[in-house]
Ligand binder design. Sequence first.
Ligand code: CA
Length: 235
Amino acid sequence: MSYRDRILIVEDEKNIAGFMTTILTSNGYEVLHAETGAEALMLVSSHCPDAMILDLGLPDMDGQRIIRTVREWSQLPILVVSARSHERDKVSALDLGADDYVTKPFGTGELLARLRTALRHAHNRDAEESLIQRGKFTAGDLCVDFDKRRVYVRGEDAKLTQNEYRIVALLAKYAGRVLTYDYLISQIWGPNASGDNRILRVNMANIRRKIEPKPGQSQYIFTEMGVGYRMIEDD
Ligand code: CA
C-alpha cells in the first residue's frame, strides 16, 4: 500500500478505542485517537485525517456538535458509532452531515466495510459532484441507466414513474450508504416539502413491486428502520 489512510477514532471508552485501533492498524490504516471532542477537533485541523469514526456520547461535548463544527469547513468522511437505542441521534447525525453509522455492538467486518465505503465515496466525491451522474449502475439483475434515465430488471424496462426513477437513481448514486427519509424527500420534492414520510413510503412500495424479485423480500433496496433506505453496492 503506497498511501495509508489515516483514521481518527473519537471514543472515550478505552476498551472500544483499543479494539478499533487494533482492527484498523492490522488492516493497514494509520490511527489517531481522541478521547474528547476538543481533542478531536484539534486533531482534525492539525493532522488532516482521511476519515473520522465518531462516538456520539463524549465527556465534554455532544458528537453532533463535532459533526456540525467539522462540516463548516471539511468534507472529511464521518462514520458515527451509536447505541441502538438512540435512533433519533442516528437520524440527526446523518442529517447534520455524517456519512454513515455503525450500531454498537458492531462486528469487525461491518466496521471495515462501512469505512471502506465512506473513504471510497470521499475519494470519488469531487469527480462525482462536478459531473452529472452518467453511465450505469448494476447489481444482480438490476440496472440503472443514468443516461437514459431508466431502470431495467433482467433487461426489461421496469417502467418507473419520474419520481420513482429519481429515488432509485439517488440511492444508486450513493449505493452502500443510508440516505435518510428527510434527505430523500428534500431531494425529490424540494426543501420545503412536508417531512411526512408517507408519500415516500408509497413510492418505495411501488418501486419495490417493480424491481424486487420477491414481495416482502428486499434484494436491492433495504430499509434502515426509522432512518431511511440503502441501495446494495454495485457489482
Ligand atoms: Ca462514549
